[in-house]
Ligand binder design. Structure first.
Ligand SMILES: [Zn+2]
Ligand SMILES: [Zn+2]
Length: 273
């Protein structure tokens, strides 16, 4: 079967690169999800918030037509603004959800791993609340969002998961198993939260919706030093299109230099051209 996607902006999705559609930026956090076509099939990259399921299925139908479920859902990481609808959509579409092996224990509700890979907000608020609620209630809560029955480990080659021509780039830091996805033929890079174009790390940036390259949100980041190394990793790919988890995508000949300059400002040696 060959899918014939509709190059339209109906149901909110717009084509930002050949065979790559973006639903977003949406809401105050300017969250994006991506629909990536491969000729015979397609994959969803990230799954928005828990209440985004209906708008994602609507946009998918607008792009690929009704009755054309994806081969898989790929998650850059397991946070509620990227994995929120993954469980619901995997059931509707009867497809697997792929994550990096280091992210799988989080997605499968392992509390010990959640505690080990926590960001500041988790340490201050989420973990104390979860400990206070007691083991039984905590396990029920984690089971409700767990992807245990639908999740699979993501490898370096995404072809076998339904995304030929794309590589999975490990970008740990924001979470232990965060990944980006890269199509080297035209240098399209989907970055999740490893690198975004919304100023998430300043209150005024978030409130005023200021645009500009930014690292991941610090308050939900597990290891800032690893996150900075990952920004350099992404800059070395010299993207032509930067499709991030939050904020408007960047495209064009200045994109790679902008990312390279930002990586230099992040405190690491400027990546070689
Ligand atoms: Zn995140
Ligand atoms: Zn995010």
């Amino acid at each position: 079967m060959t899918l014939t996607p509709h190059a339209s902006t109906s149901a909110g999705a717009s084509e930002i690169a050949p065979d790559v559609w973006c639903l977003g930026p949406r809401g105050r956090t300017q969250t994006n999800v991506y629909f990536v076509g491969t000729g015979s099939s397609w994959c969803l990259v990230d799954a928005g918030w828990a209440n985004d399921g209906p708008s994602i299925t609507q946009a998918a139908e607008a792009v690929f037509g009704a009755g054309a479920p994806p081969a898989a859902i790929l998650l850059t990481h397991f946070h509620p603004d990227h994995a929120g609808s993954a469980r619901t959509l995997a059931r509707i579409w009867d497809c697997p959800v792929y994550l990096h092996p280091d992210e799988l224990p989080l997605a499968q509700g392992d509390f010990a791993t959640i505690a080990k890979s926590a960001g500041p907000l988790d340490h201050w608020v989420v973990l104390p609340l979860m400990r206070a609620m007691g083991r039984r209630r905590r396990e029920l809560l984690l089971a409700a969002s767990s992807l245990r029955d639908v999740s699979r480990p993501l490898g370096p080659e995404t072809g076998m998961m339904g995304l030929p021509g794309w590589e999975c780039i490990p970008t740990p830091g924001h979470t232990p198993g965060h990944v980006a996805f890269f199509r080297s033929s035209d240098r399209v890079l989907i970055t999740g939260d490893a690198l975004v174009t919304l100023k998430l790390n300043s209150l005024t940036g978030l409130v005023l919706q200021r645009h500009g390259l930014s690292g991941p949100p610090r308050y939900t980041t597990w290891s800032w030093s690893a996150a900075r190394v990952s920004i350099t990793t992404l800059a070395r790919l010299r993207p032509n299109v930067l499709a991030c988890g939050h904020g408007t995508h960047l495209a064009g000949p200045t994109t790679a230099d902008a990312v390279r300059a930002f990586a230099g400002r992040s405190g690491f040696p400027t990546p070689a051209r």
